[in-house]
Design a protein. Sequence first.
Length: 190
Amino acid sequence: MANLKSKGKVTHWLWDKLVFNKVRALLGGNIRMMVTGSAPISSEVLDFLKVAFCCVIPEGYGLTESNAGSFVTFADDPESGHVGTPTQCTKCRLRAITEKSYFHTDKPYPRGEICMWSSTIMQGYFKEPEKTREVLSEDGWFKTGDVGCVLESGALKIIDRAKNIFKLSQGEYIAPEKLENVYIQSDWCL
């Protein structure tokens, strides 16, 4: 891990021969790159996987309504914990969320709801005009519902949800914080 942090390298001349080549062999041994997306992955886990498989692992961010690769980290970026910068076809802006004190004018890191514009953004939900109006502005910007923070490097870090409420398949709405508080009180949680 020290080699990754200090030099940005995912390989080490000794540890790869002794340990990590065996790990790579579990997946065929000829690994050049892996890609992750879909759900956040902790920096520690991502860094471990980079070192264990001796390959770069870019992380991507996008939604079904936009495209899976709206944001992607550079393959040679040694820093983990962010989803990179917008791809060439995507524009991004942050919308202030006053009730949560997230503002695009925050210093040193602007924060707010991530809004995207692209030719890949959906035109609307099928036969759901009300829901479409909720997520698409009149000028075509898609409100993702995710809260982001722009780092000094220009990379985007996902830090929160604009609304922490999820609709279950049976139509019931739940707040994940309530479930988290119940689980934390359990003796089985570490």
